[in-house]
Design a protein around this ligand. Structure first.
Ligand code: FEO
Length: 164
């Protein structure tokens, strides 16, 4: 049986991952509204990936005999001034999620919960990828500035991200 504080922390993470899905879906809607369909599609794939993260926690908690408790998801922002500002927020958000995962690892290790610690290692690796892909897009957007042709090319490229 999973310890109470670990159960609570995992439930909190389910909410955080669902918020991430909600945030990226909102960003997808924003990109659709300014006709950047490739960016919109990339965000939609990202939102689905976040839902998948939430479900990994959901399933793991239940597998350990813990009770899942879903709580209200915070309303995400819905407007941004330009794509670079938005992706800077994505990068910051992913850094926040990394800090949450690291804190979960700390709790699991201090409680000597080896199974949870082992489960969390997938997320430790995933966060390296999440931060790096957000940062890569931030850097590209900085190079492009807001030239229309640059945005168009990046839009084409991001639109090729396959749905998982
Ligand atoms: Fe679920 Fe983007 O971290």
């Amino acid at each position: 049986m999973i310890k109470e504080n670990i159960k609570d922390a995992l439930n909190k993470q389910i909410n955080a991952e669902l918020y991430s899905a909600y945030l990226y879906l909102s960003m997808s809607a924003y990109f659709s509204s300014i006709n950047l369909k490739g960016f919109a599609s990339w965000m939609r794939v990202q939102a689905r990936e976040e839902f998948g993260h939430a479900m990994k926690f959901f399933d793991y908690l239940q597998e350990r005999g813990g009770r899942v408790k879903l709580t209200a998801i915070q309303e995400p922002p819905s407007d941004w001034e330009f794509p670079l500002q938005l992706f800077e927020q994505v990068y910051e958000h992913e850094q926040k999620v990394t800090a949450m995962i690291d804190e979960l690892v700390n709790i699991a290790q201090s409680e000597k919960d080896h199974a949870t610690n082992n489960f969390l290692q997938w997320f430790v690796a995933e966060q390296v990828e999440e931060e790096s892909s957000a940062d890569e897009i931030v850097q590209r957007l900085k190079l492009i500035k807001d030239t229309k042709s640059g945005l168009f090319m990046l839009d084409q490229k991001l639109g090729q991200r396959p749905a998982k």
